[in-house]
Design a protein around this ligand. Structure first.
Ligand SMILES: Cc1cc2nc3c(=O)[nH]c(=O)nc-3n(C[C@H](O)[C@H](O)[C@H](O)COP(=O)(O)OP(=O)(O)OC[C@H]3O[C@@H](n4cnc5c(N)ncnc54)[C@H](O)[C@@H]3O)c2cc1C
Length: 291
C-alpha cells in the first residue's frame, strides 16, 4: 500500500526544478510512475512530495530539429508515443521497433523514455540503442541546461550523472547518414531483457569506415566496446570480421552475476547478440536508418 504524500503540478521546468531543489530528498519527479510507484508501494522510497512533470507543456514533443539532421524526443514522451510516431517510424525505424518490444502495452502507455533513462535499471532497452546512436541528453534545471552524451549518462547500478533537481528534458539523436545502418538485438526470458546489443555500421566502398557497438543489461550499465569497434574499421563487412568483433565483446564486457544468468552465460549472450546486430547492420538490405 502507498503511504501518505502530496502531489504538485508545476507549470514549467524551472518551477519543477526549484521545488525539488528546495525540498531535497523529500521530493521526486513523477512521470509515468511505473518504477516510482513500485518503490513507494514497497516502502523502499517514501517521498513526501511527488512533483508531477507530465503536465509541463512541450516536454512530450517528438520532432526534427530545424535543420532536419536530428530527431528530438521530449523526456516525457512515452514509449508508446515513440513506438507509434509516424516521424520516428520514418526516420529511425529501429528506434520505433525497439520501443515496440519494451515491457507490455500498459507500461508503454504510462512509462516515459526519460523515466526509463533516469531510473537506470540495468535491464532496460533504450539506453543501449541511444548510446550506439550517439544521442545526447539535455538536463534542465532552474539554473540552466547542460547536454550529456548518452554514453556518459549512466555511471552505475540505478545511478546517473543527473543531479536531483535536473530534469531530463530532451533526447537528441543525430540521424544516421545514408551509408550508416543501425540494428538493435535483445534476448529475454523474463519480464525485462537479459542482454542486448546495438550496432551502427557505416560502409563506404565496401569497407567499414565507422562502427559503434553498445552492450546492455549484462553489467551494471550499458557500455560501448571501443576495441571491438576499432577491429571493424577498414574491414569488409564480412562474417569473419563480425565474428572477430563479437569475440572481443565476449571477452571485454564486464558482466555482473544475477539470479537469472551467470557471467559466462551473459558473455555468451553478448557475443551472440553482437553478431546478430552486426550481421543485420552489415547486410545490404538489413538494419535500418529510415533513408
Ligand atoms: C512490468 C514491467 C516491465 C518492463 N519491461 C521493460 C523492458 O522490457 N524494457 C525496458 O527498457 N524497460 C522495461 N520496464 C521499465 C519501464 O520502461 C520504465 O518503468 C518506464 O520507462 C519508467 O518511466 P516512468 O515515466 O514510469 O518513470 P517514473 O516511474 O515516473 O520515474 C522513474 C524515476 O525517474 C525519475 N524521472 C522520471 N522522469 C524523469 C525526468 N524526465 N527527468 C528526471 N527524472 C525523471 C523519477 O523521479 C524516478 O526516480 C518495465 C517496467 C515494468 C513495470
Amino acid at each position: 500500500m502507498l503511504g501518505q504524500f502530496d502531489i504538485c503540478r508545476p507549470g514549467s521546468v524551472a518551477e519543477a526544478s526549484a521545488v525539488v531543489a528546495e525540498r531535497g530528498d523529500d521530493a521526486v519527479f513523477y512521470a509515468g510512475g511505473t518504477e516510482l510507484l513500485i518503490l513507494m508501494k514497497e516502502r523502499l522510497l517514501e517521498p513526501a512530495l511527488l512533483v508531477d512533470i507530465k503536465t509541463i507543456p512541450g516536454l512530450d514533443a517528438i520532432a526534427l530539429d530545424p535543420g532536419g539532421r536530428s530527431l528530438l524526443l521530449g523526456g516525457l514522451a512515452t514509449h508508446r508515443a515513440v513506438e507509434r510516431s509516424p516521424l520516428v517510424r520514418e526516420v529511425l525505424p529501429e528506434l520505433a521497433a525497439m520501443e515496440t518490444a519494451v515491457a507490455n502495452v500498459r507500461v508503454r502507455h504510462a512509462g516515459t523514455l526519460g523515466g526509463n533513462l533516469c531510473f537506470a535499471e540495468p535491464h532496460s532497452d533504450p539506453a543501449t540503442l541511444l548510446i550506439a546512436l550517439d544521442a545526447a541528453f539535455t538536463l534542465a534545471s532552474a539554473s540552466g541546461a547542460r547536454d550529456v552524451p548518452a554514453a556518459d549518462f549512466c555511471v552505475g547500478f540505478l545511478t546517473t550523472v543527473r543531479e536531483p533537481e535536473e530534469l531530463l528534458a530532451r533526447i537528441t539523436i543525430p540521424l544516421p547518414g545514408a551509408a550508416t545502418r543501425v540494428a538493435y538485438e535483445r534476448f529475454k526470458t523474463h519480464e525485462r531483457p537479459d542482454a542486448s546489443a546495438a550496432a551502427t555500421l557505416t560502409v563506404d566502398d565496401g569497407v567499414v569506415t565507422d562502427a559503434r557497438i553498445a552492450i546492455g543489461c549484462v553489467g551494471e550499465r550499458p557500455t560501448r566496446v571501443p576495441e571491438a569497434e576499432r577491429a571493424l574499421i577498414g574491414q569488409a563487412p564480412s562474417p569473419d570480421a563480425f565474428a572477430a568483433a563479437a569475440d572481443l565483446v565476449r571477452d571485454l564486457v564486464e558482466p555482473t552475476e544475477d539470479p537469472f544468468a551467470s557471467s559466462d552465460y551473459k558473455r555468451h549472450l553478448a557475443r551472440t547478440l553482437t553478431l546478430r546486430a552486426l550481421a543485420r547492420a552489415g547486410a545490404a538490405d538489413g538494419g535500418t536508418n529510415g533513408r
